[in-house]
Design a protein around this ligand. Structure first.
Ligand code: SAM
Length: 226
């Protein structure tokens, strides 16, 4: 495939080992999730070590990379079960076309309402929208590198493509911008574990912890704003 053809082609739907879908980006030649299990990875990194570690409400979440909407869907399911308020803000440079989103098997696999999942994707960009009475969503159609992040955050889901393919999204400068919007005690979680990412987070003034990674990965990172 030529470079031009790769740019034009849609991400390809693939199965991961826990039977949940992921997408393969033909241009970057990288998947959106771990091949060992997309749902498993998102639950472990973002829900277990992120969402469930934050107390109080509303929980103000910033996500880097909306993509399939899997993290938003899992968070929505959690907050509905608990009756906790969530204000979710997500940044995405290349929203997925509806024809791809409609095929993703997350609602079926998780036993969740497909309409709610589609609503996450169909809600307008650039405008905070109530998806349920507990969950509001602001999707920013923006580049993380130049985005002005509105508001303050208790929790950051850092889910960009890896530093191997997009090093420009893992810099001390970008993490400093994000850290400046985190409240004291706020946490950032990411599936990444490389040394350069830990150093960049420390340079941005965050305290870095290593945690066990999801199945198939030794480690992940959680960083706390002092
Ligand atoms: C690893 S995928 C994960 C997405 C999502 N959290 C999910 O679970 O599907 C990374 C996402 O970041 C988006 N992205 C890539 N470069 C970006 C940039 N410069 N600014 C904002 N989003 C970007 C991609 O389009 C993709 O949706």
């Amino acid at each position: 495939m030529t470079e031009k053809e790769k740019k034009r082609s849609l991400p390809e739907i693939r199965f991961t080992e826990d039977r949940s879908h992921t997408l393969w980006d033909p241009y970057l030649e990288e998947g959106y999730h771990s091949r060992h299990g997309a749902v498993q990875e998102s639950k472990h990194v973002f829900i277990r070590h992120g969402y469930r570690q934050v107390e109080g409400q509303p929980v103000r979440i910033l996500e880097a990379g909306f993509g399939t909407g899997l993290n938003a869907l899992l968070t929505l399911a959690e907050c509905m079960a608990e009756g906790r308020q969530v204000e979710y803000t997500t940044v995405e440079l290349s929203p997925l076309p509806e024809e791809v989103v409609e095929q993703l098997n997350y609602p079926d696999l998780l036993g969740l309402d497909k309409e709610l999942f589609l609503q996450l994707h169909r809600s307008p960009w650039g405008e905070r929208t109530w998806i349920t009475k507990h969950f509001s969503l602001l999707k920013l159609p923006a580049d993380l590198r130049t985005c002005t992040f509105p508001g303050a955050y208790d929790l950051v889901y850092y889910d960009a493509f890896s530093a191997a393919v997009q090093p420009e999204l893992w810099t001390p400068e970008l993490f400093s911008q994000i850290a400046s919007r985190m409240v004291a005690g706020g946490i950032l979680v990411t599936y990444a574990a490389r040394g350069s990412v830990k150093r960049a987070l420390r340079q941005a003034g965050l305290q870095v912890e290593r945690l066990p990674g999801p199945p198939g990965k030794r480690e992940m990172i959680r960083a706390v704003k002092p």
